[in-house]
Design a protein around this ligand. Structure first.
Ligand code: PNS
Length: 186
């Protein structure tokens, strides 16, 4: 039987519960779903590409038909390279529609055989975006329930100097106790 592969391209800076909701939905309708992170040297991201790959891999580990990859250049060329027949994108509200329509039609112009499939995330995530998560987290607001706990921890690690100091101290204490155990053994 013909296998359907879809790519889910995006920035994922950081991944949100809305992204994960869409990944779960996509994993149910495609045989294989590739979460494709755009490597975009023009942007100044909060998380570098390796950090985003690591987070998304940890967060999608339970889906056997989902994998995480990175790409640059045109989405349509990447889709062709990995043998994908569809591009999955989420539409939250009417405001997404115009931009998504433009992208879908431009991608269709570039590669007519590639279909864009839109899915709607759960309505509780309809106002959620990575940009707002970054802004709220940077300004000290809570993003609980908007991003997975793992992402929350990474945000705290990145943005909260006190948290970084605590982490550093904990790491330091762990390495000290390893050293003292080694000294006792010697
Ligand atoms: O999560 P985002 O930032 O909304 O994702 C946008 C993305 C990565 C899907 C879009 O910028 C993209 O496809 N970029 C790759 C370059 C490309 O193909 N441009 C033409 C698309 S019409």
């Amino acid at each position: 039987m013909h296998k359907t592969t879809a790519i889910y391209p995006g920035s994922f800076d950081p991944p949100t519960n809305g992204h994960l909701d869409l990944i779960e939905r996509g994993s149910k309708i495609f045989d294989e779903l590739i979460v494709a992170i755009l490597r975009n040297p023009d942007k100044d991201p909060l998380f570098n590409v390796s950090e985003r790959v690591a987070m998304l891999e940890a967060l999608t580990g339970q889906y056997s038909n989902v994998r995480v990859d990175t790409f640059d250049g045109l989405t349509v060329d990447y889709a062709d390279k990995v043998g994908a027949s569809s591009v999955l994108r989420g539409i939250r509200a009417l405001s997404d529609y115009e931009y998504e329509l433009q992208m879908a039609l431009m991608n269709r112009k570039l590669r007519p055989e590639l279909e864009t499939v839109f899915m709607m995330p759960a309505e509780k995530y309809s106002y959620l975006s990575s940009r707002l998560v970054r802004e709220v987290a940077k300004l000290g607001g809570s993003v609980k329930g908007l991003v997975p706990e793992l992402v929350e921890q990474h945000l705290r690690g990145k943005l909260d100097p006190a948290f970084k100091l605590e982490e550093f101290r904990a790491q330091d204490a762990r390495s000290e106790s390893r050293k003292s155990r080694a000294r006792k053994k010697a």
